[in-house]
Structures are given as structure tokens and as C-alpha cells.
Ligand binder design. Structure first.
Ligand code: ZN
Length: 293
């Protein structure tokens, strides 16, 4: 089937000869437009392949195909999120939180990425991750010891991840090995899902957390389990689209990562952050320390 797909992928480019026919008024060349139908066949076959293959650490074609489809999903998800929210995406002033969250770890970490405004946002334009955060541990101004070439060199690697509030586990993905540390500091993805291994927890009717880049086989909770705030759920890893081990944490409107707006997170239990109307907000560059021990 893969070979068949490869041939089709090349053939549908012949459809462009139809354009030459249209411009030069050579009628028979316009029949080449029919080759574009193969593009639809390719799309459907690709969909069939990515839904058939789940465990995909080895097959690079499948990895690339799934990665492509996730990116397409992200692109098409954006207008759907806007429509679902009647073109008024939640923001820190308008959104009334249903749950107040604790940090998903113990000890002192750095907000490496993320905030409640456009300037500090994890990715403002990508509205399913607008209010996401990336956290890691900085010691002596470095996030790693030694030469930083191995994931195990990093301060936060294998640190426990804690549930940010009470909830029920609704999804876990535990498939991917750690992404190797790249030569230059840039985010790369060694698997088909930018989140790598992740967990989704339902905290209330309209608030779900996603925690990503988790270490494979480190989950200590299961789908369907009721969990408590501060309960250990897994270990920090480097799976998915990352430049180094860190925790990606976000709150979203629904279970579906691609079709749910990201929500501004109201924290409690952070030692060094002032309260604004009984909640705390954090931003890129701040060192934060959890009160939960
Ligand atoms: Zn992130």
C-alpha cells in the first residue's frame, strides 16, 4: 500500500497540465485535471493509514504523516475554536474560572514560556495553546549539569508531576521515547505528536488540563481514575516537540486538544506571587515555588 501511495503522490501533479490546457485553449490537455482526483485518493488513504497505525516509534513515514495531520488539525481547529466562542476568545478579564490551580510540581521552577498577555504568551496566535506554560528548573542560571547533551543532564528530568487540582483522568498517551537533545537549541519532534506522552484531566464541566512531554512508562494513574490535587501522576520527560526536558501545562475548554480554546490559568498556593482577587497569575521569567509539600 505504501508503494501505491508513493506513486499516486507523484501522479497527481500531472493535474497542473490541465492549467496549461486552459490557458492555451488546447482542449485535450484539460483532461489532465482528472489527475487531481488522485490527490483526494491520497488524502483518504493517508487518513486510513494514520488511523490504522497507533504505535509508531519506528516507521518514519507514518510519523511524518501523523505529524502533518496534527499540524493541519491545528490550522483547521483555529477557526472552529473562534466560531465555538462566537469570536470572543476567553481572556483574563472576561473569563470566570471554574477551578483554581496549584503548580503541577514541587519546589522552585522557572516560567520559561507563557503568560496572560500577548507579549508573554506561549503562542498567542495558536489559540489552543495561548495560555499554556513551559516550566523547568534553573540552578546557577543553567537548566542542566555537565554538557547538556543527554536528557538526564537536565535538572527537571524525572521530577514528579503533580495533579494541579482534583479531577478525573480522561486521556493518557504513553507511546513515545524521549526526543534526543538537538545540536543547536531549537524545538524538534522525534514522534508524531507534538505533545509526546501526555495526560488530560477533567477538573470541571468546562476545564481540562493537558500536561505534556511526559517520560514514557512513568504514569502512576489510569484513565477513569479520580485524582486529588497534589497527587503524583507521572515524571517529567522530553517526549514530543521540545528543545529540552520541561513540563508543558495548559488548561483548555474541552478534552480535544485541537478544538478547545486555551484558558487563562488562575493559580493559588504559589509562595512568592501576589494575589489579585484571590488568585495568582504568573508570567515568563518568574521563579515560582509551590506551597504544596
Ligand atoms: Zn509548551
Amino acid at each position: 500500500m505504501d508503494k501505491f501511495l508513493k506513486v499516486i503522490k507523484k501522479l497527481y501533479w500531472l493535474g497542473f497540465i490541465g492549467l496549461i490546457g486552459t490557458f492555451t485553449h488546447i482542449r485535450f490537455l484539460e483532461y489532465f485535471y482528472l489527475f487531481f482526483i488522485l490527490g483526494i485518493v491520497d488524502f483518504i488513504l493517508s487518513l486510513a493509514i494514520i488511523t490504522k497505525y497507533e504505535d509508531d516509534n519506528d516507521n518514519e513515514d507514518i510519523i511524518n504523516l501523523k505529524f502533518l495531520f496534527q499540524n493541519l488539525g491545528m490550522l483547521f481547529g483555529i477557526p472552529i475554536i473562534y466560531i465555538k466562542n462566537l469570536f470572543r476568545l476567553p481572556n483574563v478579564k472576561s473569563y470566570k474560572p471554574e477551578v483554581l490551580y496549584s503548580l503541577p510540581f514541587e519546589g522552585k521552577w522557572l516560567v520559561a514560556n507563557g503568560g496572560i498577555d500577548k507579549t508573554n504568551s506561549h503562542s498567542w496566535g495558536v489559540c489552543n495553546q495561548r495560555y499554556a506554560y513551559d516550566f523547568y528548573i534553573l540552578e546557577n542560571e543553567k537548566s542542566f549539569k555537565g554538557d547538556g547533551r543527554k536528557v538526564t543532564n537536565y535538572n527537571c528530568y524525572e521530577e514528579p508531576i503533580l495533579s494541579p487540582a482534583d479531577g478525573i483522568v480522561v486521556e493518557i498517551k504513553n507511546l513515545f521515547n524521549d526526543t534526543p537533545i538537538p545540536e543547536v537549541q531549537e524545538a524538534i519532534c522525534a514522534c508524531s505528536d507534538i505533545r509526546g506522552n501526555y495526560i488530560v484531566i477533567k477538573h470541571s464541566e468546562n476545564e481540562y488540563s493537558t500536561i505534556a512531554h511526559i517520560k514514557k512508562d512513568s504514569f502512576c494513574v489510569n484513565v477513569g481514575e479520580n485524582i486529588k490535587r497534589g497527587q503524583k501522576i507521572a515524571l517529567c520527560g522530553n517526549s514530543g516537540n521540545t528543545s529540552e526536558p520541561h513540563i508543558h501545562f495548559q488548561i483548555q475548554q474541552g478534552k480535544n486538544f485541537l478544538l478547545s480554546a486555551s484558558l487563562p490559568i488562575s493559580f493559588i498556593d504559589i509562595k512568592n506571587i501576589p494575589y489579585q482577587e484571590e488568585r495568582q497569575f504568573i508570567s515568563r521569567g518568574q521563579f515560582i515555588e509551590s506551597q504544596i509539600e
